[in-house]
Design a protein. Structure first.
Length: 317
């Protein structure tokens, strides 16, 4: 009799635990939200700290909020903080996982960032198929930068058949939303007649529009036009002015080429120290030619005839 009672009690307890487990699984998100208390107030605090660049404290609050299934905005922001190294160590793996969580919840910023991560192979292997998937989702929500990213896949033939017309179409859509990378890229396409007609006038229209909004790549490209005498009368000093603006924003190509101008005294006073400073900045960002020229200068190697030639190339993103 006692044994039967023990078996019955054990069965009831087991059933209760199973029931609690099922309820917990079904309502885990609601339970978690309840444990956080005033979620709106917590979110407002996190946003305020983030705006004030109190990243360490903001990260702690976003970490709590990101545990809510539907908090895709918080998941994205926390992921971006890990990606940028704001408020703590940079962690690309954690950033990617949070971006996936946010992107699956429909966050277009996270979808765009995943497209960028998989295109460039940041913290993971390059995967153009994954990049295309996420960028298409972002572009479908009219995210301008996702349109640019997807357009660049088509322009380069990365994971898709090369299609300049499709790239041009996507850049034009993004430019209509005010995206400066798209404006610059339209200028690039018009320069070479990729997916559209060749027109230096139209190229300059888009690139200057982008440069007026302080886009570093567009500033660099305008500098290139002046240095090469392409669309403008050749003017090395004017070109150096534009390269300086782009270099100040950290563009490696601008830092390197401006460094070359200081090294050679073209368009600017000859200054080896300034040249080396700029080469170091570009080299720190992985610019191989900058590294090569810095090594030559440090070793005090003589400049060859080929080294005296400025070779400027336009850039698209």
């Amino acid at each position: 009799m006692m044994k039967k009672k023990q078996t019955l009690i054990l069965s009831i307890v087991t059933s209760l635990f199973l029931l609690l487990g099922i309820v917990g699984l079904k309502f885990h998100n609601e339970i978690y939200v309840w444990t956080l208390g005033d979620v709106k107030s917590l979110y407002a605090q996190a946003e305020s700290l983030y705006q004030q660049k109190e990243y360490e404290e903001a990260r702690k609050l976003y970490a709590k909020l990101a545990g809510i299934d539907s908090a895709s905005r918080c998941q994205y922001v926390l992921g971006d903080m890990y990606f940028q190294g704001q408020g703590g160590e940079r962690d690309y793996e954690k950033a990617r996982k949070l971006f996936i969580q946010a992107a699956e919840g429909g966050n277009a910023d996270a979808q765009n960032n995943l497209g960028y991560i998989y295109t460039m192979g940041i913290g993971t292997d390059t995967d153009f198929h994954e990049a295309k998937k996420w960028l298409r989702m972002g572009a479908a929500q009219s995210h301008p930068q996702a349109m640019v990213g997807l357009g660049s896949l088509y322009r380069n033939g990365w994971g898709v058949l090369k299609d300049y017309k499709e790239a041009f179409k996507l850049y034009r859509r993004a430019a209509a939303h005010g995206n400066t990378d798209a404006m610059n890229n339209l200028g690039y396409m018009h320069t070479f007649g990729y997916g559209t007609y060749t027109s230096i006038r139209d190229a300059l229209y888009y690139i200057q529009k982008s440069a007026a909004l302080n886009n570093p790549v567009a500033l660099y490209n305008i500098g290139t036009f002046y240095i090469e005498g392409h669309g403008f009368q050749k003017d090395l000093a004017k070109g150096a002015e534009y390269l300086t603006k782009a270099a100040q924003q950290g563009l490696p190509a601008a830092q390197f080429n401006l460094g070359r101008m200081f090294q050679l005294g073209k368009g600017v006073p000859q200054d080896d120290q300034e040249a080396k400073r700029l080469f170091r900045q570009a080299s720190a960002q992985g610019h191989q030619l900058a590294t090569d020229f810095l090594i030559k200068m440090e070793a005090k190697d003589s400049i060859s005839v080929n080294d005296t030639i400025l070779e400027m190339k336009m850039i698209a993103r």
